[in-house]
Structure formats: structure tokens, C-alpha cells
Design a protein around this ligand. Structure first.
Ligand code: XMP
Ligand code: MG
Length: 180
């Protein structure tokens, strides 16, 4: 897999540092609130497990699966709910944990869904933020790294389902996707 990567953007050490920084911030901000941490499958599972272990307060974890990419590189513009969360969010402080905010459509969809179910507060913690990709308004409250407008893989992020298990984040060599 390493051979398919043109450049590494964030190493395992960079990622660890970012998770510790965010964990400290979240611990301070959510003191006594017992938030529901809502991890967005599949991409955010790696970031979620690292960041929650830096969160030194009571919390519960749930998952939601939404799809907008269908494994390719372009957003389809439509967000589908693939699998709903199991907890009742009414009256709860919910923290969405995402792998990347790009067009913002996924986030907007989830935030709206949670408020329609009477969540008390909804905040967003994203591993990566790609502001140049924004199509709808969406703002993350906690950001690991702000990325340039490139398609990135690794640490949960995929190309056609692959590369999620790379321990770092990188940019694919153009020939990997140009040939397909
Ligand atoms: P939106 O566009 O709705 O994006 O903000 C949400 C989801 O799209 C995927 N995404 C990417 N996946 N490299 C990836 O591997 C990227 O550069 C990228 N940009 C968006 C991702 O699953 C995200 O949750
Ligand atoms: Mg995702």
C-alpha cells in the first residue's frame, strides 16, 4: 500500500498528538455533561477509538452510517441513511465524530436529524477539515487538521474501500485512480 502513496500528510505521531490535544479540549468542555459520542461509520472508526480514549469523562458511544460517496472520489450530492443510531438523543449533548468534512452535506444531514429528534446540543469533532470543498454551510467545533483540497486516504479514509488501515494520512499517486 505504501507504494501507492505520493506523499504523507500526517504521520502516526502527528495523529496521536492531535488526538491528545482534542481529547484535552473535549474533557474540559464536556465536564459533567455525559455526552453521547456519535461516530460516523465507516471512516471515523479509527479516529473515534483514539480520541475517546483521550476523553477523560463519562460518555457513551453510538454509531450512524450514512453514505454520500459510494466508494468513488466525487460526492453524489445526496446523503442516504444506511444505518440509524440506537440511542434516543432527546435532551442529550451529542458530539458527532467524523473523519472529514468536505462538501459539508453529510454533517448538515446528521445535525438536522439530531435536532429534529430534540438533541439538547450538537457539536462536531472532525479529524480532518477540507474548507475548500464546502458546498453547504457546515462548521466543525473541533478539528484535528485542516487539509488542502486533495483526495486523502488512510486512518479510516478510503478509496473504493481500500487504504482505511494505513496508519497515516496521505495523498494517492494519480496513476492509482486515473487507471480505473
Ligand atoms: P461530505 O462531502 O459530505 O463528505 O462533507 C463526507 C464524507 O465523504 C468522504 N470524503 C472523503 N473520503 N478522502 C476520502 O477518503 C477524501 O478526501 C474525502 N472527502 C470526503 C468521507 O467519508 C466523509 O465522511
Ligand atoms: Mg465518512
Amino acid at each position: 500500500m505504501d507504494n501507492d502513496i505520493a506523499k504523507v500528510l500526517y504521520s502516526r505521531a502527528d495523529i496521536k498528538e492531535a488526538c491528545q490535544r482534542l481529547g484535552k479540549q473535549l474533557t474540559a468542555d464536556y465536564k459533567g455533561k455525559r455526552p453521547l459520542i456519535l461516530s460516523v461509520l465507516t471512516g471515523a472508526m479509527f479516529f473515534t477509538t483514539d480520541v475517546v480514549r483521550e476523553f477523560d469523562e463519562y460518555s457513551q458511544i453510538d454509531f450512524i452510517d450514512v453514505s454520500s460517496y459510494k466508494g468513488g472520489m466525487e460526492s453524489t450530492g445526496k446523503v442516504d441513511l444506511v444505518s440509524d443510531l440506537s440511542e434516543d438523543v432527546a435532551g442529550r449533548d451529542v458530539l458527532i465524530v467524523e473523519d472529514i468534512v468536505d462538501t459539508g452535506r453529510t454533517l448538515k444531514y446528521i445535525v438536522k436529524l439530531l435536532y429534529s429528534r430534540n438533541a439538547k446540543s450538537v457539536k462536531i469533532c472532525t479529524f480532518l477539515d477540507k474548507p475548500a470543498g464546502r458546498v453547504v454551510e457546515a462548521k466543525a467545533d473541533y478539528v484535528g487538521f485542516t487539509v488542502p483540497n486533495e483526495f486523502v486516504v488512510g486512518y479510516g479514509l478510503d478509496y473504493q474501500g481500500y487504504y482505511r488501515n494505513l496508519p497515516y494520512v496521505g495523498v494517492l499517486k494519480p496513476e492509482i485512480y486515473e487507471l480505473k
